[in-house]
Design a protein around this ligand. Structure first.
Ligand code: G6P
Length: 614
């Protein structure tokens, strides 16, 4: 969601800001804007549409200034239009502010400000905040840094903000709560601010992650100063980033999504490497080892997540129950947090999040923490808010995922959750050594098997061409393949805007079967294993009603291949590992359908990569 960039230093700000905004496009947005200060005046431009529209707008205009802010807006309060786009100015025109998040008490603040004569141009909560800061400055005579701090004590909600005062072009002020903000410390007095480090990685690897309710002042003379909104001084802790520029570029592919699909052999390998020692039959998961006692005594696991990460959680439910024999529940983070969940002694909450910034997942963590649960995180972004909010965790090493529709993060999540389940099972003695070693060995073959499946690309593309104009699709799977059916359906609707539903294959009889006719493509994960025969029966039921079957089958399968209209073979593996391999053709299929329909696969309409509002 909204992307934030800021710069103060010895270079022209605009080129840095615009490049930064392009790097943040993946987060999802519908308007954008920039503001620079030159000669104590704002050069401010904003418009509805893409960053390219903003570039066209500023063409030939004054864009000078060595201090500036830039923003991509994902609409919450007010439609996407030029006026609602950020930055927003204070009533006196002296302050310019960008914001990511939602100010929940904006209506009360707005009413009070209007009574005092403030006039608002936009429908946004952000404009209210900048007027509120202006109001405090004019009433108390405080400077921007102090006024921001005081204002934020009154604010309810989530925010990452950057604000500047045209009368003082030597200072930039930023703050955050529940929305991410990172400060990059460059060479020779250059400072960068952004929602994540991607906008400035070629300039510096030294970053400070702002914590919740911290306000930072960046002053050209005195550098960086951080206080809490309660006015406690904080020492900035400088982290060193490992992120590389190549990792956030397309590397010759047409889209990030395609690149990321093809990266999966490597990203799965990176996620298991160093954690799996086949020679010694050992698993090394330091986040588990450090808290062995807690895992040994676990009575229940509750998994909280959203979107694709929730699907990875569903796979993990089967894994934890089968391998470690721990009762496991999987919850949408947004549902978990809004009831009064029962947390008991021995409960472990696992939070899964690619971005590590999803607002609902973060709130679920905070709630579970308050109730005394031990929280374990599975995140992809190092240093992200969720990775810092958990008691322990294991990173997926998928590398930056830029395409909004998650692909390599999902398979890396399942691989890491697999290792966690095996490691816990090993400690609890719930798997025989022989089975454990067999599964470990099988896991190590998965990157090669994924490589093999990627070779089905042309076949999948030809199937996509047949079904690209259909309006609905059904995805079916049983056991470990049920979450894959959900994920396959989600991928198709996310990027091609075709209505798709995932169902446990046996549930088809209880509703979806009514939809089946010759117009309905039904994607079935029908690999050989535990419920193979049952799935074959479900396929027969679809065929009897003239539905079209596209089946994912085990290499060499005859039975399903003869029944299906199309079949895509994947290498044989253990049932528990099928999700990582079988999801690949479904990712490719969605990709090709979306491309054929002329959709923007990396930035699908209305969606955001990092959902930082509730
Ligand atoms: C958004 C993204 C999805 C993602 C979900 C959860 O909806 O578009 O791809 O699965 O958020 O995100 P997280 O970063 O917590 O995994």
């Amino acid at each position: 969601m909204c992307g934030i960039v800021g710069f103060i230093g010895n270079q022209q700000a605009y080129p840095i800001l615009i490049k930064g905004l392009k790097r943040l496009e993946y987060r999802g947005y519908d308007s954008s804007g920039v503001s620079m200060i030159e000669n104590q005046e704002f050069n401010q431009y904003k418009c509805k549409g893409k960053v390219a529209d903003l570039e066209a707008l500023v063409s030939g205009k004054d864009i000078s200034g060595t201090i500036g802010i830039g923003h991509t807006r994902w609409a919450t309060h007010g439609v996407p239009n030029d006026v609602n786009a950020h930055p927003h100015l204070s009533g006196d025109g002296n302050l310019s502010l960008i914001h990511n998040g939602i100010i929940e008490n904006y209506a009360t603040l707005k009413e009070a400000l209007m009574e005092q004569g403030h006039v608002f141009k936009s429908d946004t909560d952000t404009e209210v905040l900048v007027h509120f800061i202006e109001d405090i400055m004019s009433k108390t005579g405080s400077d921007l840094f102090e006024a921001v701090r005081v204002a934020l004590c009154e604010v309810v909600g989530a925010y990452a903000i950057v604000v500047m005062d045209r009368r003082h072009p030597n200072r930039l002020v930023c703050a955050k709560k529940s929305s991410p903000l990172v400060i990059g410390i460059g060479a020779e007095g250059d400072y960068f601010i952004a929602s994540d480090a991607t906008p400035f990685i070629e300039y510096t690897k030294n970053v400070v992650y702002l914590e919740d309710e911290e306000v930072a002042l960046i002053d050209r003379q005195s550098g960086l100063k951080i206080v809490t909104i309660q006015n406690q001084q904080k020492d900035p802790y400088i982290h060193e980033l490992e992120l590389k520029l190549e990792a956030i570029e397309k590397g010759g592919y047409d889209s990030f999504m395609l690149k990321e699909i093809h990266e999966q052999p490597r990203s799965i390998h990176d996620s298991i490497r160093g954690r799996l020692n086949l020679n010694h039959g050992m698993l090394k998961m330091s986040g588990i080892d450090r808290h062995e006692e807690i895992w040994m005594n676990a009575n229940r696991i509750i998994i909280v997540a959203c979107g694709t990460s929730w699907h990875a959680g569903l796979v993990a439910e089967y894994l934890f129950e089968e391998f470690a024999r721990i009762p496991t529940e999987v919850e949408y983070a947004s549902e978990f947090r809004y009831r009064d969940p029962i947390i008991q002694q021995g409960d472990i909450v696992i939070a899964i999040s690619q971005s590590g910034e999803t607002a609902d997942t973060l709130a679920a963590i905070e709630l579970a923490k308050e109730k005394g649960a031990f929280i374990f995180g599975v995140c992809n972004v190092v240093g992200s808010t969720i990775s810092r909010a958990t008691h322990s965790g294991a990173y997926t090493h998928a590398g930056p995922e830029i395409g909004v529709a998650s692909t390599k993060a999902f398979t890396a999540q399942v691989a890491v959750l697999y290792l966690i389940a095996l490691s816990v099972a090993d400690k609890r003695g719930t798997l025989s050594k022989e089975r454990l070693h067999r599964l470990m060995a099988e896991l190590s073959t998965i990157p090669d098997k994924v490589e093999e499946v990627l070779k089905t690309n042309d076949l999948v593309e030809s199937i996509a061409a047949i079904y690209k104009d259909h309006r609905n699709a059904l995805y079916l799977g049983r056991g470990y393949s049920f979450p894959v059916a959900l994920e396959g359906a989600l991928k198709l609707k996310e990027i091609s805007y075709i209505h798709a539903e995932g169902y446990p294959a046996a549930e088809m009889k209880h509703g979806p079967i009514a939809l089946i006719d010759e117009e309905m493509p039904v994607f079935v994960i029908a690999t050989q294993g535990h419920s193979y025969e049952k799935v074959v029966s479900n396929i027969q039921e679809v065929k009897a009603r003239k539905g079209k079957i596209i089946a994912i089958v085990t290499a060499g399968d005859k039975t399903v291949s003869e029944l299906a209209d199309h079949s895509i073979e994947i290498p044989k593996t253990d049932d528990s590992l099928v999700p990582i391999v079988s999801v690949i053709p479904l990712q490719l299929l969605s990709y090709h359908v979306a491309v054929m329909r002329g959709c923007n696969v990396d930035q699908p309409r209305n969606l955001a990569k990092s959902v930082t509002v509730e």
